[in-house]
Design a protein around this ligand. Structure first.
Ligand SMILES: [Zn+2]
Length: 209
């Protein structure tokens, strides 16, 4: 949608420029079309660059070429669900190639990406976990409790890839596990998602999660 507006504004200013050169006075019209075109074009470029960065994270975790798509404004208006992220699975149980992030989660993740990482809000911590969680769905894990527990143990890696220092990344994983995980719906939790539990991917490593 936004790129069509940009194209329309640029086309309009091109027409006005040609008419201006032919002798019609369009001194006000040209900048009035070009300035919003530049502003929206810059926003669209940033939106796509961030999506590419999140897609690279998901591609690393899924170990195959996958995409993360952020919900746009128009989609958010029509979305009746409260899910922060979503990956559709095919009838044969394999995941599709695109993970979708709901608009608020994506905006929190973008704020985190461009922030200083020193004191992220809990919403930003959750958004990093949502990206990690959807990446594990894209890797082919369907069970929610298993997906969530794998993601919790990878949250620090993902925060690091997005620019956090090792200490900042570690504290995010601990915050999520202590503050958010216990309040997740039952289907997302497991008594085995503990240090040395069945879901501990590195039992020899005393660091948890
Ligand atoms: Zn899930």
């Amino acid at each position: 949608m936004r790129h069509w507006i940009v194209i329309a504004l640029v086309a309009g200013s091109a027409v006005a420029t040609v008419r201006h050169a032919m002798g019609h006075r369009h001194t006000i019209v040209i900048p009035a079309l070009l300035i919003p075109a530049l502003l929206l074009g810059w926003q669209e470029w940033g939106f796509r660059a961030d999506q590419d960065e999140f897609s690279a994270v998901a591609t690393t975790i899924a170990d195959r070429d996958v995409r993360i798509e952020c919900q746009r404004f128009t989609g958010a208006l029509l979305d009746p669900t409260a899910e922060a992220g979503y990956v559709a699975f095919n009838a044969d149980g394999t995941p599709t190639d695109t993970g979708r992030l709901e608009r608020d989660a994506c905006n929190d993740l973008r704020d985190y990406l461009h922030g200083d990482k020193a004191d992220p809000s809990i919403e930003q911590v959750v958004a990093v976990q949502v990206l990690t969680h959807e990446s594990y769905h894209l890797a082919g894990i369907a069970n929610e409790a298993e997906t969530e527990c794998l993601a919790i143990q990878r949250l620090d890696d993902v925060a690091g890839w997005l620019g956090a220092s090792p200490d900042q990344a570690r504290s995010m994983a601990v915050r999520y596990y202590d503050e958010v995980y216990p309040r997740m719906p039952t289907a997302y939790r497991s008594g085995e998602c503990v240090d040395l539990g069945e879901m501990d991917v590195a039992p020899d490593d005393p660091t948890w999660p």
